[in-house]
Design a protein around this ligand. Structure first.
Ligand code: PBG
Length: 332
């Protein structure tokens, strides 16, 4: 039936009607806030390229976490800036590493019980060179370096087990080494953490949109780039293969990133795989919106929610976003 029998505008007339027929919803419980933990006490240092995002010492992070729990957020994604970096990333798998300490402290707080504490698993914040794995054949001229897959996987598996033992509810590998999920499952089980799920950043693209994060996490590679392990942004079919392999290795859930420039990939993954699927609205997506808000070029509240809604509509069950607290306030 066509116009005039059909008038699409009938159901758009009032907010009550629009609300009744809305297909996609955002709720605070589906939002996860990243947290950047740093050494010290009373430290709350704003990231210059990410206004509103801070490096937090553990005491400050606990305050932030309590506020997040009060807002009904689904969880936190924890990153650490260690005291020392070295070529074995020892700060990542040290039982007294910064994230391990934070997890133990957070698990003492009953007020945080409603939050899922997700520990990012990667080496880039902990290596002197800033790559996500162990670098071999490092020369002054960077062209010849390689990030060795299998030695990296061994350290990543050790890291995952250590984070789970410290209290992580979920471990989330973001390194993009091959075979890390299987190795982590084995290491977790051997450590008695058979109930700890793995959220694999299965499809993670080598993206310019991670720029501001590398300031926040102090993890910019000192030479070369990440294109020998993160995916080429041109490849959708390869992303689906990555996901399939990670699920085969035992991943319980998958995370896609970035989000906004890769909505088609999120949608394709949603259509193909029946597992919980998250998307990460990454630092550059946040910074570009903040920059536009600061200039008055975009309406803050509307643009923020629209960007999150589009990610949900594409198929993400939950979203990791630096807007989590602000969005939860708006939705509340
Ligand atoms: C660590 C990691 C990165 C991000 C999440 N985990 C950085 C990178 O791969 O360079 C990016 C998140 C963001 O940009 O907000 N490997």
């Amino acid at each position: 039936m066509a116009y005039p029998a059909n008038r699409m505008r009938r159901l758009r007339r009032t907010e009550a009607l629009r609300s009744l027929v809305r297909e996609t919803h955002l709720h605070p419980g589906a939002l996860i806030a990243p947290v950047f933990l740093c050494p010290g006490e009373g430290v709350r240092r704003e990231i210059s390229s990410m206004p509103g995002v801070f490096n937090l010492s553990i005491d400050q992070a606990i305050q932030e976490a309590k506020a997040a729990a009060a807002l009904g957020l689904g969880g936190l994604l924890l990153f650490g800036l260690p005291e020392h970096k070295d070529d074995q990333a020892s700060g990542a798998w040290d039982a007294n590493g910064i994230v391990q300490q934070a997890l133990r402290a957070m698990k003492q707080e009953r007020a945080l019980d409603s939050l899922v504490l997700i520990a990012d698993v990667c080496l880039c914040e902990y290596t002197t060179h800033g790559h996500c794995g162990v670098v071999q054949q490092q020369k002054k001229s960077s062209a010849t370096f390689t990030v060795d897959n299998d030695t990296s996987v061994a350290l990543l598996a050790k890291t995952a087990a250590s984070l789970a033992q410290a209290g992580a509810d979920i471990v989330a590998p973001s390194d993009m080494m091959d075979g890390r999920v299987a190795a982590m499952r084995t290491a977790l089980d051997a450590a008695g953490c058979t109930e700890t799920p793995i959220l694999s950043y299965a499809a993670k693209f080598a993206s310019a949109f991670y720029g501001p994060f590398r300031e926040a996490a102090d993890s910019a590679p000192q030479f070369g780039d990440r294109r020998s392990y993160q995916m080429d942004g041109a490849n959708l079919r390869e992303a689906l293969r990555e996901i399939e392999l990670d699920l085969g290795e035992g991943a319980d859930m998958i995370l896609m990133k970035p989000a906004l420039p890769y909505l088609d990939v999120i949608h394709a993954a949603r259509t193909r795989f029946d597992v919980p699927l998250g998307a990460y609205q990454v630092s550059g997506e946040y910074s570009m919106l903040q920059a536009a808000f600061a200039r008055g070029w975009l309406e803050r509240d509307r643009a923020r929610l629209e960007s999150l809604l589009s990610i949900r509509r594409a198929g993400a069950d939950f979203i990791v976003t630096y807007f989590a607290q602000e969005a939860a306030q708006l939705l509340g």
